[in-house]
Structure formats: C-alpha cells, structure tokens
Design a binder for this molecule. Sequence first.
Ligand SMILES: Nc1ncnc2c1ncn2[C@@H]1O[C@H](COP(=O)(O)OP(=O)(O)OP(=O)(O)O)[C@@H](O)[C@H]1O
Ligand SMILES: [Mg+2]
Length: 260
Amino acid sequence: MQRGVRAEFDRVRLRYSGAQDVLKGVTFTLEPGETLGVLGRTGSDKTTLIRLLFRLYAATEGAVRFDGVDVREARLDDLRRRVGLVTQDVQLFHGTVRENLSFFDPAVTEERITAVTSELGVGTWLASLREGLDTPLTAGGGGLSRGESQLLAFARVFLKDPGLVILDEPSSRLDPATEKTLTRAVDRLLEHRTGIIIAHRLETVQRGDKILVLSGGEIAEFGSRQALSRNPASHYSRLLALSGGASLDETMEKLGDATE
Ligand SMILES: Nc1ncnc2c1ncn2[C@@H]1O[C@H](COP(=O)(O)OP(=O)(O)OP(=O)(O)O)[C@@H](O)[C@H]1O
Ligand SMILES: [Mg+2]
C-alpha cells in the first residue's frame, strides 16, 4: 500500500517582508514513499521550507507541487489533511487525551485510537494514565513529559493518515526507552509515506533515501544518501567523517565554512 505523495519544489524563491530572498531558487523532487533528510546550520531556512508545504507562506516565485498540483491551487483544508507535521513544540489543547489525539473529531473511534497507539508502541503509556483516553490535559502540556507529548504528536499524525509526514526533530535527547519508542514510531509513520525529516542527529538522517543540505537559502547538496556517502567529496560524507560522536549541529558548525 502506497499512500505517499510526490512533492516537488520548482525554482522556489521566497521573500518574507525584507528586501532579501530567503529561499533563492530551490529545486528538488521527492518521489512517493521516499524519505528526505534535511541538514543545515541554524538559520539555513529549513523550517521555512516546511512552511511552504503547509502553505503557511506562498512562494514568491516558482512553485511547490503535490502530485503535480500547485499548492496555491489546492484547497487549504485538503492540503493540510495530506500533510502531517510533528514539530519540536507539540501544541496541546485544554481537553482529554482523546480530544487531543483526534482534534475533537468524534468520528475517530476508540478502536482506531487503540489500534494506532498500540501500533506505535505507546499503548502501555496510555494504559498507565489514570483515566485512560479521558485523562484531561491542559494547554501547554501540563501533565505530560516531553517524550509523552512527542508520542502523542506521532499518534495524531497516524490518525490523520497523511501522504506526507514532516518531522522537525527535537535537538535534545530524551531517555533511552522513550527514544527507542519514538524511533519505532517514526519508522512506522514513514512506512509507505513520503517523509521529510529536519534532522538533528545522524541516526535519523541515515533513515533517509535522499539528503538535502541547505545553506543560505540555497541547496548546497541534494542526492541519494547512498551515492553521497560513497563520494568522499560530498558534504554528507564529510559530515559523517567529521562527526565522531559530536552532535549533528556541532558538526554542521564545523563544516560551515565549506557550505557557506
Ligand atoms: N516569519 C518570518 N519573517 C521574516 N523572517 C523570517 C521568518 N521566519 C524565519 N525568518 C528568517 O528566515 C531565515 C531562516 O529561518 P528558519 O527558521 O527557516 O531557519 P532554520 O534552518 O529552521 O533554523 P533552525 O535550525 O534554527 O531551526 C532566518 O534568517 C530567519 O530570521
Ligand atoms: Mg528551524
């Protein structure tokens, strides 16, 4: 079963309010089911790229397309149904766990929630809640740990079942057990779907079929991960060689001069 969409950036330029373009002609294509790992130093427009897919901003020039359709021509609710976004800061509402998972949609059944949460490996966590799915949560995440919020965000995306999953990975680590559950959840989410991961750790990037290195609003490198890792001159293989246990962000910093 293939639910992934084809995502295409075609000579995309974007200017926020200032005089300078933040994206300066970005072109790449992700085929259905492929996973893209996005790397770049802080401020290299990674989050900006994602905003275009969700149409939080529209390209100043060029086009972003889903299965060949310009996102500007798509219905906004339809577009946002097809894109699942997990960001570092999970937005929680004042409501129960069930309402937070289903976005208050009564059509999402208990059976489906239970199936999804156990598939993601978070069933045990849910079962441990005093009132289960009816446990109240407060806006801002009261009552949930950071890891639990992340797991809830994954379950949300799973319930929405989009063709494109975007993950802006948190830069700080959680406890090993939670990390393991999260890794599993990401694997399950990306199965049969197109995925874009803004990665802050090497393990995550190694999941990608393709790698995109952004620098100053331009693509410094784009290609298949395997091909890039075989080419010792690529940014990606230099990154692998340089990392030596350091965080990806630190290593990007070291590589900075080369990608600038
Ligand atoms: N809404 C906005 N209006 C104007 N400028 C913005 C806006 N959002 C981001 N920028 C600018 O665009 C540039 C890229 O920001 P962006 O958040 O995309 O970087 P990033 O690669 O995601 O960085 P990080 O790794 O820190 O998350 C920055 O110079 C930022 O100041
Ligand atoms: Mg960002």
